[in-house]
Design a binder for this molecule. Structure first.
Ligand code: NAG
Ligand code: NAG
Ligand code: NAG
Ligand code: NAG
Length: 763
């Protein structure tokens, strides 16, 4: 047969002779075109090249999704003359499996954009969507319509997803229902569900997928996001005050995240870059939670390229910053090793776990939670099936606990998520590898750029995450409430008592707003003060009381010639009611609290000093503050001149009215941070109206207020706006690290029951 191969190769005249008699051939490109679409090649027509077909949205390539060029110069699968390659219209699974339901219009097949409506037989009531549209990803919009009669069952009718068959019609405790998919469809999700005593079914409603069905970024972020969030928040130490949160793992618990990215040839290059960027995005999103997981990150083909070794965490050798650098700098080398060994990935993870277990001891290991996330197309061709290794991993984490009762369920300590990505996905091999309770663990992604990043970017739905100070969106989405999502803590303060004073402030707890003391004058009462926070729940908040720093006294140094003395220029406004926390209204982090230590990811018992070292570590520390323009705010940049730079900055205070060399140190105490000027950075300068606003620094999607806008040497901009400093103009901001006792006396007061006190650090 060798000879005939040679002949066919010579026939296309594109063979190369290597090493004597061995013949390598290019694959032919004749007849590969596809009507209505196009294809891409990973290595031109050379052996090992992957040809991937692409169709416009709402269509999919058929009969093949991709073809691989074999060393003998043929494509696998072979193109067939009698079923030419073309783009077919996307089909959705047949909804005519529903019970007690009339479906309009009745059709044999349903295609993209086809609309269906659902109506129950009389006597039955409807749950789910009454109207569904077939979407371009091969799924129906909305949720499965379920028509049922109240018949005193323990669990509600779980319904039958489109395209599926269900066995089991008794919905009593411990009864099971089983699902399978019809025809060419395959099942994703729970094959079997059990009715539990609490009236809920175990698992998640399955769905029937075609090979052309995929999950959209929104679906991925919703499903994966809610699952991973559960893992991340149950580790959160401060959550016992929050309603409805269970602590399933003690605060000593450790979260280990193992990530593997397939870089074998079956996966295209663009997928690798996407996956790498997505992993970076995921890690960055996870870092905005208060947990600091340990990471193992590998890229794999026939061999393992370890980017980050989890054991380095045990040795304290690695910090989060390193992880991101390692990831950014990682380049795929020559991928001349054609194989994919998925089993090796799980074996590596198993080995790492074994070492963690050995080092932490059996008892210590119980506190470890493991999350495995694998990106692959599942086309492994060496090392065999990973199923057995996955069983071993389960055994290790579950501690051989099988059957009931499990206390606490060890299954919660292991999640295996598979992101199936690639032109051709081997679902049969990948699906059985997932593990974990609760939501979806298997995702199918269309080979399209940015999908994953987009999905991971949306993962943290700020709406739901409570108790995380300073959490915000770090980009402008252009929507109406976009700025509130970026600065969910900003408040506008108006004091009307004869004259009108306008200041900015920052929400520091659900009930308190921090601002400058000089926004108030003697004789002002709470009823003169309004606080505006546009959180969609009524913008104007009523004020219960306000307290100025006891040592604030603008006239204190008049005898030294300082006309206006601003030391201790801080005040706290207490609102009548808590602001409801959401993505548009959330407190900023303030110094010396436990929440801020969590945001800064300081582990163990941390100190104020450590926080200050993280936040104000450079001699020129870039900080931001806001200015109000119309109903919204703009961000200003400034650099705090610290250490050796401070003296020169402070001297510019001499240009303020009434400050002389004699009283400079009296006027500008160590409690102020100095910003402004044009050298080496052109800082923005504070304008009238910016007073009291937060001077802040962002750290991993969290915002920490380090100071507040107090006074400046020159009135450069009465009209407000984003204005650059002139050469000699300087601003002085109250450094919050210097007024912690005041903040603590009110916000940390635990002998009252009007509000939940903030937890301040001991030192
Ligand atoms: C369903 O979609 C197919 C393909 O686009 C179309 O030919 C057909 O008319 C649609 N049926 C209905 C009822 O809209
Ligand atoms: C947490 O760890 C400390 C020592 O590291 C130990 O004293 C404490 O009992 C542990 N707490 C729990 C809830 O396991
Ligand atoms: C778990 O079971 C395996 C065999 O199934 C056994 O080799 C191992 O020692 C067991 N481990 C524990 C902790 O009981
Ligand atoms: C804390 O609150 C209680 C009750 O309102 C009050 O009596 C006490 O003075 C407060 N402590 C401080 C330091 O303000």
């Amino acid at each position: 047969m060798g000879l005939s191969v040679h002949w066919s190769c010579f026939a296309v005249l594109s063979c190369l002779l290597f090493m004597g008699c061995k013949v390598w051939c290019d694959c032919p490109d004749e007849g590969m075109q596809m009507a209505g679409g196009h294809y891409t090649l990973s290595k031109q027509l050379r052996s090992g090249s992957l040809l991937v077909y692409h169709c416009p949205e709402g269509l999919y390539p058929s009969p093949a999704l991709s073809r691989l060029c074999q060393p003998d110069g043929t494509w696998r699968p072979k193109p067939k003359r009698f079923s030419p390659q073309r783009c077919r219209i996307v089909e959705c699974p047949d909804p005519n499996v529903l019970e007690y339901t009339n479906i309009h219009p009745p059709q044999v097949k349903y295609f993209v954009d086809n609309e269906t409506t659902y109506e129950c037989y009389s006597g039955y009531t409807m749950r789910g969507s009454t109207r569904r549209v077939c979407l371009p990803n091969g799924k129906w919009s909305g949720s499965t319509p379920i028509c049922s009669r109240d018949s005193g069952n323990d669990c509600a009718d779980p319904g039958i997803p489109a395209g599926a068959t269900r066995t089991g019609n008794i919905f009593r405790v411990d009864e099971r229902v089983k699902y399978s998919c019809n025809g060419k469809l395959f099942l994703v999700g729970s094959k079997e569900r059990v009715c539990q005593e609490n009236g809920q079914w175990t698992g998640k409603e399955p769905a029937c997928y075609y090979k052309h069905t995929y999950d959209t970024p929104l679906e991925v972020s919703e499903a994966f996001g809610s699952a991973i969030k559960e893992t991340l928040t149950t580790l959160e130490p401060l959550d016992d005050t929050q309603e409805g949160r269970k602590i399933r793992i003690s605060k000593n618990g450790t979260l280990n995240i193992y990530i593997a990215v397939d870089i074998s040839e079956s996966i295209e290059d663009t997928h690798f870059t996407d996956a790498r960027n997505a992993v970076a995005k995921l890690i960055s999103k996870i870092s905005s939670f208060s947990v600091t997981p340990n990471y193992e990150i590998i890229f794999f083909s026939s061999e393992i390229n370890e980017v980050v070794n989890i054991l380095d965490y045990l040795d304290g050798k690695i910090v989060l910053g390193n992880v991101k650098n390692e990831l950014d700098n990682y380049k795929v080398g020559d991928r001349n090793n054609a194989g994919t060994d998925l089993n090796l990935v799980f074996t590596t993870f198993l080995e790492r776990m074994a070492i963690i277990k050995q080092r932490s001891g059996d008892e210590g290991f119980k506190e470890h939670r493991h999350v495995i996330i694998v990106f692959t197309d599942g086309a492994y061709n060496m090392g065999g099936s990973p199923t057995f290794t996955v069983e071993k991993i389960k055994n290790m984490v579950y501690m051989n606990q099988t059957g009931e009762p499990k206390t606490p369920s060890r299954e919660e300590f292991l999640d295996i998520y598979i992101f199936a990505i690639g032109a051709e996905i081997i679902d049969e091999d990948l699906q059985p590898l997932v593990a974990g309770t609760g939501g979806q663990h298997y995702f199918r992604l269309k080979d399209k750029k940015d999908n994953l990043q987009e999905a991971f970017d949306e993962i943290i739905d700020e709406e739901e995450v409570k108790g995380l100070c300073g959490l915000h969106k770090d980009y402008d989405t252009g929507s109406r409430d976009s700025k509130r999502k970026m600065y969910p803590w900003w408040a506008y303060i108006v004091v009307q008592n004869g004259g009108t004073k306008k200041c900015l402030g920052a929400l520091v707890t659900p009930q308190f707003v921090l601002t400058a003391a000089h926004c108030f004058t003697f004789g002002d009462l709470p009823e003169h003060v309004t606080v505006e926070i546009d959180d969609g729940q009524g913008k104007v908040k009523r004020v219960k009381t306000f307290k100025l720093h006891p040592e604030y006294n603008i006239n204190a140094k008049v005898k030294d010639g300082v006309k206006e003395f601003y030391d201790y220029d801080v005040a706290l406004i207490q609102l009548e009611k808590d602001v409801e926390i959401s993505s548009v209204a959330r407190p900023i982090c303030i110094p010396c609290t436990q929440e801020t230590s969590d945001a800064l990811q300081l582990v163990g018992e941390s100190t104020c000093k450590q926080q200050e070292q993280v936040l104000l570590k450079n001699q020129l520390e870039k900080l931001n503050f806001l200015t109000k323009i119309g109903n919204t705010v703009e961000e200003k940049d400034a650099h705090a001149k610290l250490g050796d730079n401070r003296g020169a900055c402070v001297r510019h205070a001499l240009e303020a009215d009434g400050i002389t060399l004699d009283n400079l140190e009296v006027a500008v105490t160590d409690n102020f941070l100095c910003t402004g000027g044009r050298n080496p950075f052109r800082d923005h300068i504070a304008c009238t109206g910016d007073s009291g606003g937060a001077v802040f620094k962002n750290y991993e999607h969290r915002t920490v207020q380090v100071a507040l806008v107090s006074w400046g040497t020159k009135n450069v901009c009465k009209a407000g706006g984003v204005v650059e400093s002139v050469e000699t103009s300087r601003d002085f901001h109250m450094n919050l690290f210097r007024v912690v006792p005041f903040l603590k006396s009110i916000l940390g007061n635990d002998t009252q029951d009007e509000y939940v006190p903030l937890q301040f650090l001991k030192n």
